[in-house]
Design a protein around this ligand. Structure first.
Ligand SMILES: [Zn+2]
Length: 262
């Protein structure tokens, strides 16, 4: 599932391929992903506009088409972007395709169709209405600590609660906790100041490193949990078998030896 690092990678990809060109056509191959807009309206409002810039917040990507029109993309479970030439075949799971005059096109593809494509006028208003918290890379250490000091529950459940901190999902939450050597089920109330500092640093490190490597799993450090999580997975640090538990409704993978409950 695309999390903050993947969506940031999509943003950079879109910025480098699809800005400042007139949109000559919008093809909707599958209207299932459209949210609050029909295929006809999407095409009518975007045709003739240009994507001018983009803004990522948490797992959402907003692309500005003019002063009062933003395209909203959410990548669900399997969404991604693919830029391709007109004479190339559209990706198999392309749901919406934007065409540009230089014979190139941009596809929003999404095999499992949990993604969302919509239009909106005001990004801040949208985030407020949805109750989406501050972006994980926008908050400083003090704001981060305050979130954990004012909410109860397992540290992992807070880390990936989009209403509190936007952008971190199940996979990167496990990675951050592994790096911070913290058991995912640790009660937030038990974390001391230096634990929270450690957790903040691990959060920044993991997200920034994943972005720098364009979330290419083949290039991620072998010392990361991501590459080992799952049945028969072993801790890349101590070699012991990894354990799993359901925390905050999702399956967590962790090393019970390296990640102690505080
Ligand atoms: Zn271990």
């Amino acid at each position: 599932m695309p999390e903050l690092p993947e969506v940031e990678t999509f943003k950079r990809y879109l910025d480098s391929t699809s800005l400042h060109q007139r949109i000559t056509g919008v093809e909707v191959h599958d209207a299932y992903v459209l949210q609050g807009v029909s295929a006809g309206e999407l095409a009518r409002r975007l045709k003739g506009q240009r994507f001018e810039n983009s803004h990522r917040h948490g797992k959402h990507l907003f692309v500005r088409a003019d002063d009062e029109l933003w395209l909203r993309l959410h990548f669900g479970m399997t969404g991604s972007l693919q830029h391709f030439k007109r004479d190339e075949e559209a990706p198999a799971h392309a749901r919406v395709v934007f065409a540009f005059p230089n014979n190139s096109r941009l596809a929003f593809e999404d095999q499992r169709k949990f993604g969302e494509v919509g239009l909106l006028r005001d990004v801040d208003e949208f985030l407020r209405k949805r109750g989406i918290g501050p972006d994980a890379l926008d908050i400083n250490v003090l704001q981060f600590k305050t979130i954990f000091r004012t909410h109860r529950g397992a540290v992992k459940a807070i880390l990936f609660n989009q209403q509190l901190i936007a952008g971190i999902g199940n996979l990167y939450a496990d990675e951050i906790l592994f790096r911070a050597r913290m058991h995912p089920g640790t009660e937030a109330a038990r974390l001391r100041d230096n634990d929270l500092t450690r957790l903040f640093r691990a959060t920044r490190y993991v997200l920034e490193k994943a972005i720098a490597l364009k979330t290419d799993f083949d290039r991620l450090p072998k010392s990361w949990l991501l590459l080992h999580r799952g049945k028969r997975g072993r801790c890349p640090r101590c070699g012991r078998a990894l354990k799993s538990a359901t925390i905050g409704g999702r399956t967590s993978w962790f090393c019970a030896h390296c990640q102690k409950r505080i």
